[in-house]
Ligand binder design. Structure first.
Ligand SMILES: [Zn+2]
Ligand SMILES: [Zn+2]
Length: 310
């Protein structure tokens, strides 16, 4: 059902790119730069692209939804995504915000919309003003304060909900829902003109069906998952799994607002997701060590649904 690309390469190239050399030295958004690691996975009609390592950098996007999460860095190939949600303001999740805004302006793209935890909007605005002075360039963008419990309409069919997560500063997780209107059961036997007459008479003939397509936890102790049941139901879940080693005690790790492999093991029955992407591993571990440790504790890798994003 899903197809994983283990290569850390920008996976997308605009159809406009024809490889022809240009006669100016203007930068081009169509050029494929291998400037940041990007992994990708295709699941049904969406592509999940990104990379995350604790204290280094975190960035994700779903091109088909035109949405990204976290701006810890900004691969050149990501700049076309116009709407971003920042889970919290640790540097490895927000540092590339000014560069992203500047690139979009330079490339004559619309100013982006960036949703931030409420308390972060004012400091980020100040940083942008100072960067603007240093860089001598405008940094146009819409910074929108967000708090847990918000519901944000992205399009006719897509809604994002926010939930509180448990970290060392204000932080949020996100769920992207596909919303469709469906004819109510009691009207399903009726002819088209009868339904139209009911609608014209003011009867609500449809009801909304919401499907959680993708959830992004951000950095959080396991309560961030447990407090938002939709995280366990979403088709795709992007999870943080900072610590895996038995020598790192989970009680201590929870204090720092992170997940341990023990937390995942305790919850294996709860994940109804079709794909679970585990990421944000600590740099204390080697890639091989992470893979070996997780495969030992969860040998079936949640029936193959668990992907380690290394
Ligand atoms: Zn982090
Ligand atoms: Zn953090």
């Amino acid at each position: 059902m899903s197809e994983e690309n283990p290569q850390r390469v920008p996976s997308r190239r605009s159809s406009k790119a024809d490889g022809a050399p240009t006669n100016s030295d203007q930068p081009s958004a169509d050029v494929m730069l291998n400037d940041q690691p990007v992994r990708s996975l295709v699941h049904k009609d969406i592509t999940i692209e990104g990379y995350s390592r604790a204290a280094v950098q975190t960035y994700w996007r779903i091109p088909e939804f035109k949405v990204g999460f976290d701006l810890g860095n900004q691969p050149w190939s990501f700049m076309g995504t116009p709407t971003w949600f920042v889970s919290h303001t640790h540097m490895d999740h927000v540092l590339a915000l000014p560069a992203y805004v500047a690139r979009r302006r330079m490339m004559k793209m619309e100013p982006p919309t960036i949703y931030l935890p409420e308390a972060a909007v004012d400091p980020v605005q100040k940083i942008l003003r100072q960067m603007s002075r240093l860089d001598r360039g405008r940094l146009p963008c819409n910074l929108i304060p967000t708090k847990p419990g918000d519901e944000i309409t992205l399009s006719r069919e897509l809604v994002v909900t926010t939930s509180a997560t448990r970290h060392t500063l204000p932080s949020m997780g996100f769920v992207i829902w596909d919303c469709r209107r469906k004819l109510r059961e009691e009207f399903q036997g009726l002819a088209g003109d009868e339904i139209r007459d009911l609608r014209l008479a003011g009867t609500e003939v449809t009801r909304e069906i919401r499907v959680p397509r993708l959830a992004y936890l951000g950095d959080s102790a396991p309560e961030g998952l447990d407090d938002c049941p939709a995280m366990y139901e979403a088709e795709v879940l992007i999870l943080e799994l900072t610590f895996v080693s038995p020598s790192h005690r989970k009680e201590r790790i929870h204090k720092y607002g992170h997940m341990h492999l023990d937390d995942l093991v305790e919850r294996t029955d709860r994940f109804k997701n079709q794909v679970v992407i585990a990421s944000h591993f600590s740099t204390r571990y080697q890639t091989r060590q992470i893979r070996r440790t997780v495969e030992k504790r969860i040998p079936d890798m949640l029936d193959g649904r668990l992907k380690l994003w290394l």
